[in-house]
Design a protein around this ligand. Sequence first.
Ligand SMILES: C[S@@+](CC[C@H](N)C(=O)[O-])C[C@H]1O[C@@H](n2cnc3c(N)ncnc32)[C@H](O)[C@@H]1O
Length: 270
Amino acid sequence: MKPLYAWLVQPFSITMLVLIAVALFFFVFTRGALLWRQLTASDAHPQSHIYPIYSDMWLIKLVDFQPIISAILLFQYPRLVSQLVAHIRQTDLRGKQVLITSCAFGNVIPRVVKAAIQAGAREVLVTDLVRNELTNAQSKLLIYGDRVKYLQDNATALQLPDASVQVNVMFFLLHELPHPLKLQALREASRVLAPGGDLLIAEFHRPCVLLLRALSWLYFTVFETYGLALWGAYDPQLCLQKISSWQFKRQTCCFGNYQTLIATKTLTHS
Ligand SMILES: C[S@@+](CC[C@H](N)C(=O)[O-])C[C@H]1O[C@@H](n2cnc3c(N)ncnc32)[C@H](O)[C@@H]1O
């Protein structure tokens, strides 16, 4: 008779193989591609830091599947989106403009747009540096017609006028930007926000449990090297304090691994 562990060898091996294949897939189309670009491209351009999974339509369509996206964020995705959406619902947006600074997979954009329009927003602007991301977002928002506008734009140099939006949503953008661009994107977010307006950020955060911190460090070191700085010098709240005057409400979840930061702009941008 076979010992019990012998029965487990095959399912265990298959699971490990699948996990390794998934990790390899994501590595190749994220960090691996950036490393390859650094080795082969002659000069940098504004999209150099963007992974192929955000720019190639077949990859966008393959990956943008709610269970996959939730799993990538350790199933905290619905909670993080709900925290932002709950805030938007409580805000009087009658006649105001709402901005979504860069697209994200899953249902965050439809949920934010729905909440903003129910709160009275005149218009929601969805921006991204990548045209394909906007096309993908638009396919989820057809019912809103011309209440939603799509603008190919750079979060670090927005084409929008000063103080023109009442709410600005930035969902997991900062950890993907090289460090000087993180500050630049926050400066732009502050510039376009009206006094009294809210910048809503969802991002990674430094876990409070040592084991999770170690695993998270490993994840960032392999996949998302620009993300670790959010634990320290590029903590979004710290960065924003250098730019303007704000009131903050920060919530963390999953042992501190994720955060939502609601920053309400109290003074005119200097
Ligand atoms: C905000 S992140 C979303 C990542 C997250 N893991 C998710 O749930 O999908 C990725 C998006 O940011 C966009 N992006 C990156 N750099 C940008 C920039 N400088 N300006 C505007 N959009 C940018 C990418 O094109 C991509 O659509």
